[in-house]
Design a binder for this molecule. Structure first.
Ligand SMILES: Nc1ncnc2c1ncn2[C@@H]1O[C@H](COP(=O)(O)OP(=O)(O)O)[C@@H](O)[C@H]1O
Ligand SMILES: N[C@@H](CCC(=O)OP(=O)(O)O)C(=O)O
Length: 387
């Protein structure tokens, strides 16, 4: 059986909400759904990730984008979410299909079991011909447990459903080599490696959250998952098919080849760092042969409070991130093992273990075009002290 063709479409707030009146932009939604209907007729499953709940709910709580604080936005999201979904539902009915709401938070992506559970729900909706509309559950999320922007949230959904294409619709034509309002800004039509452009992405629109920075991070995650990503303006007619059919200007991010397994993609693409360890450069080089686990005696530094089963960011002796992997020990256990190198692990922890911190099958080496995370100060200091 051939692979289903899934695409994830992310819609920015300024497309669904009028910037001054903070009311729904029905005309845009209509044009979008007309085009989604075209894609559905081609046998393509669309998963929508729509922002706009906060913007549409601000008036109800007596706030504006300029005055609203965190709790105002959380309350606004609760007011705006039904307005947004109701608008989509009515328009969906005009085209003869149903929509469903899927509200997620960070843990639904970062914990593997919850990730798989969410995936099953999304697949079941698609099977029933219902279009999932995903958003973050802003009303209940605090800083520590939120993704914080729908660009990366949508990229995780793209990875989750093995999307072939990921389209980010916004209020600019795509990526420029500097802020588009700056004189001489040059349009970038194709990107393989996002890293050189990260510096050129400061600023965002009045209703936007993450600006171009989170869009590039999102594009990189999707590229890593073997998914072609597009950033484009949302206003033109046929906003989606015109991109997929190559008929208009947009920035295309080429999918990296040889997509890894779902398990490896889940390990490699993180929204939050649970913890970090450092190992020697020699070991980091040797890990590439895929059979080598990281043992307790290999650890040069430990940072963060993490639990068994969390994904660690793994740095070499020069503080360059080289790999990510699932830990078999909590940070507390690992620190006990580290300060008592001459005692058996069983004696220290009370259970039998081979002392494998990250097993080879739970380890993913990162390529240089993967967006690497800077090493936390805690790791740098410990490596410096050790060396
Ligand atoms: N290098 C860049 N290229 C394009 N846009 C950029 C760049 N740097 C910053 N931006 C800003 O990013 C904005 C889009 O992000 P954002 O406001 O978050 O939109 P959305 O609400 O659609 O997510 C653009 O309006 C633009 O002002
Ligand atoms: N979850 C929020 C949107 C967060 C967000 O990323 O906004 P945007 O940058 O406009 O895509 C909402 O529904 O208002």
């Amino acid at each position: 059986m051939s692979q289903p063709h899934n695409i994830v479409v992310k819609i920015g707030s300024s497309l669904v909400a009028n910037g001054e009146r903070l009311t729904p932009r029905y005309g845009f939604m209509q044009r979008l759904f007309e085009d989604i209907d075209r894609l559905r007729a081609r046998g393509i499953n669309v998963i929508l990730c729509s922002s706009g709940a906060v913007a549409l709910g601000l008036k109800t709580v007596g706030e504006t984008p300029q005055t609203a604080g965190v709790s105002d936005k959380q309350a606004a999201a609760a007011c705006g979410m039904p307005l947004l979904l109701n608008a989509y539902r009515h328009i969906g009915h005009e085209f003869g299909f149903e929509i469903a709401q899927v509200l997620l938070t960070l843990g639904d992506f970062e914990h593997h079991r919850r990730f798989l559970n969410t995936r099953n729900t999304v697949f079941r909706l698609i099977e029933a011909g219902v279009m999932p509309i995903v958003n973050e559950n802003d009303s209940i999320t605090t800083e520590e447990i939120r993704v914080g922007d729908n660009d990366r949230l949508a990229a995780k959904v793209a990875q989750m459903v093995d999307a072939k294409d990921f389209i980010i619709l916004t209020e600019v034509d795509g990526l420029f080599d500097r802020h588009p309002d700056e004189p001489g800004a040059k349009f970038i039509s194709e990107v393989t490696d996002v890293a050189p452009f990260m510096e050129a992405t400061k600023g965002k629109s009045a209703l936007g959250t993450g600006g171009m920075t989170t869009k590039l991070m999102a594009a990189n995650m999707a590229q890593e998952a073997g998914c072609t990503t597009y950033i484009a303006h949302g206003e033109p007619d046929n906003p989606l098919t015109s991109i997929l059919d190559g008929e208009r200007r947009c920035t295309r991010f080429i999918a990296h080849d040889a997509p890894t397994s779902g398990w490896e993609r889940w390990i490699a693409n993180r929204l939050q760092r649970a913890g970090s360890i450092a190992i020697s450069n020699d070991l980091a080089d040797a890990l590439s042969d895929r059979d080598r686990s990281i043992m307790r005696e290999d650890i040069l530094a430990i940072d963060g409070d993490f639990a068994r089963g969390d994904v660690l960011h793994i740095y070499d002796g020069e503080n360059v991130e080289r790999a990510r992997g699932l830990t078999d020990f909590s940070s507390e256990e690992l620190r006990v093992l580290a300060v008592n190198p001459h005692l058996e692990a069983e004696q220290l922890l009370g259970y039998r273990t081979k002392g494998e911190v990250v097993r080879a099958k739970n380890l993913v080496m990162l390529e240089s075009r993967h967006l690497l995370w800077d090493s936390p100060e805690g790791v740098e200091e410990q490596v410096k002290a050790a060396g």
